[in-house]
Design a protein around this ligand. Structure first.
Ligand SMILES: [Zn+2]
Length: 286
């Protein structure tokens, strides 16, 4: 079951429950699987657990010490375990993307769909400004975390846009818009954040004062296209997590080779590349 399958299953689930107002009611999702939510004092790193009771109902217990947004995500995550029939593996902390098992990541994908339903979220993404401030406003509206919201914001953006999550200064996760994927932009997980990027400076303690221009070939692997890239970043020292939003201000990105050909055609010139545009004298020799 890949991420697309999980997303489709989540959308079927949402259609069956039918949330229409924001923020969505996670208790309604829980009720749909025959679950009831309670809060309890759990271990500091423990988000939630759920258990099937003898009466066939589920009891979902979330950590009362966590903030409301994290509790909402935890409820959706527990619902995902039941809806997707994926056994629980909560050995790694939920905040660490790097250490999550595939089953747990699938439940996180499902939970993000439930909290930020495509039909309600996508029109707001289309209407929103570009940048993490706008993402923050959407996160408030949906009562979701900045990471979940930013990831889905980039995924559904009409712009050439990427969200990068880094832990300990290394890229862990990258979500890209359809157009950016089509342009071939890719930020490889495991690579360090560019040393002199805004993200690296914010991680080192610099104040974030809004977006600034960035170097595309420092972020994107084997990047050979033109375009002005912008970067916005936030750092959360508690988890050493850096959130980066990257976007191009161009509507389309002609590859350099195409642009070169265009310049040649419009200017009637050809760069001296060692190949003569007409046969040399030697070729006329019999
Ligand atoms: Zn889980």
């Amino acid at each position: 079951m890949d991420e697309q399958d999980v997303a489709m299953k989540a959308r079927e689930f949402i259609t069956a429950v039918g949330p229409s107002a924001l923020p969505v009611l996670v208790d309604a999702y829980a009720r749909h699987i025959g679950g009831a939510v309670t809060t309890e004092a759990l271990g500091e790193q423990e988000d939630a657990w759920s258990v099937l009771l003898p009466n066939g109902k589920y009891r979902i217990c979330v950590n009362c010490a966590h903030n409301a947004r994290r509790q909402r995500f935890s409820v959706c995550h527990e619902v995902a375990h039941v809806a997707l029939d994926i056994p629980t593996d909560h050995s790694a902390p939920s905040w660490s993307y790097a250490r999550r098992s595939p089953g747990e990541i699938a439940c996180d994908v499902f939970a993000a769909e439930l909290l930020l339903p495509y039909k309600l979220f996508k029109p707001r993404v289309d209407a929103a400004d570009m940048g993490l401030a706008a993402v923050g406003e959407l996160a408030d509206e949906f009562e979701a975390s900045l990471i979940s919201t930013a990831s889905r914001y980039a995924t559904f953006s009409r712009e050439l846009c990427a969200f990068v999550l880094s832990e300990g200064g290394k890229v862990r996760y990258c979500a890209r818009s359809t157009s950016l994927r089509a342009a071939g932009a890719w930020v490889r997980p495991g690579t360090p954040m560019p040393a002199d990027s805004l993200s690296a400076r914010v991680r080192a303690g610099a104040a974030s004062t809004g977006s600034e221009e960035a170097e595309p070939d420092q972020w994107f692997e084997a990047w050979d296209k033109d375009g002005s890239l912008y970067e916005d970043a936030r750092h959360f020292g508690q988890w050493d997590q850096t959130l980066t939003l990257l976007w191009f201000d161009d509507d389309n990105l002609p590859p350099r080779a195409e642009r070169k050909r265009w310049e040649e055609e419009t200017q009637g010139l050809r760069e001296l590349d060692g190949i003569l545009p007409w046969p040399g004298k030697s070729k006329r020799r019999p």
